[in-house]
Design a protein around this ligand. Sequence first.
Ligand code: AMP
Ligand code: MG
Length: 394
Amino acid sequence: MLEESQARQRILDQADSGPVIWVPLELGLDQVLAQDIVGLVDSPPFDNSSMDGYAVKAADATSGSVLVVAEATQAAGLDRELELSSGEAIRIFTGAPVPAGADSVIMQEDVVREGGKITITHGVFEGENIRRRGGDVCAGQRLLDAGSVVTPTRIGLLASQGIPEIPVHSRPLVQIVTTGDELVEPGAPLLPGEIYNSNAPLLHSAVTKVGGVAATSHAADEMDKLREVLGHALSTAEVVVIAGGVSVGERDFVKEVLTDLGVSTDFWRVQVKPGKPFLFGRHEDGTMVFGLPGNPVSAFVTFLLFVKPVIQRLLGKPVQGVDSGQVFAVAKEAIHNRGDRPHYLRGILKGNEVQLSGTQQSHAIFGLSKANCLVRLEPEQEVAAGEQVMVLPI
Ligand code: AMP
Ligand code: MG
């Protein structure tokens, strides 16, 4: 049976950042740039006023001097190509192009206006209140490196450069297939023996949160039905995530049907708890196939450990988690792993202290819902209250 890190590495070795597509700027939010971005225009593109006031020559605008206000004014928008003469001031507003001949803008609060004249109360220095062309960005300057995550402020920067579309690694389509005769969709009544399908919405939102595009479908525990649903999933998605049916029960048909459909199992079972019956395979056409245990806690934990890193890789993002950037916290209580596999427990991390979250059985989704991290214990590891333990933020 593969160890957890070996299993993850083996999967990641088969994953590369996804194809590059150009998307409208706003749709690139949280995605990873596939190319460097270079400035297209100077920003600001022209010298302009940072204040409402008067464009002047600084030498004319000393304290106490009187200037004649020109008739024409310059607002933000069309450049009226005004020219300033000595002894003159031109009314100007924030963002407006600075008239030729002016070397500064005096704030309207620093003058007293009477009819067609202003008296300067506080002089200006040359260049005051003028935002210079290219003062922020110059055309040709490198703005963002390939691999940068697109944030709202970077979207603002690119928009200021007149860039309408950006190249990013496309979001992988992840088809989630839940299995089980006992499952009913939320909203329908429960008959005796049935439970609600919680994995479909849980995994759908987990995929979406990581940045993938999720779709769900469901198959009863029948060969034909599974073949139909999995066949469709394999033909449409880049990643197929199956929940349930991969264990050793009489009606766990997933492995057999996958083989029929041309999926070769790369490995089945990993030395980790929860997650022993985890399966990874590849379809002939390259589609990656994950089989997760059916219990919701186990499904979610194995998703975090093995599927999330792959989605991050496909998106061109750094893979975060157990093998890099480990986080430790102080245990608030004694925790013991009596088993021979690493064990992930659900925890609540507050500051640098962690405590366990409710009952730890793998169907217990209430405790999982309160958890904000997983606590990782090595085989046989005993942690006393006050000692450090590894945590994986959810
Ligand atoms: P299985 O791996 O199919 O044997 O399922 C293991 C356990 O998980 C069983 O108790 C199932 O009823 C439960 N289970 C499987 N799939 C789901 C699901 N989609 N939502 C909630 N529970 C599930
Ligand atoms: Mg089942």
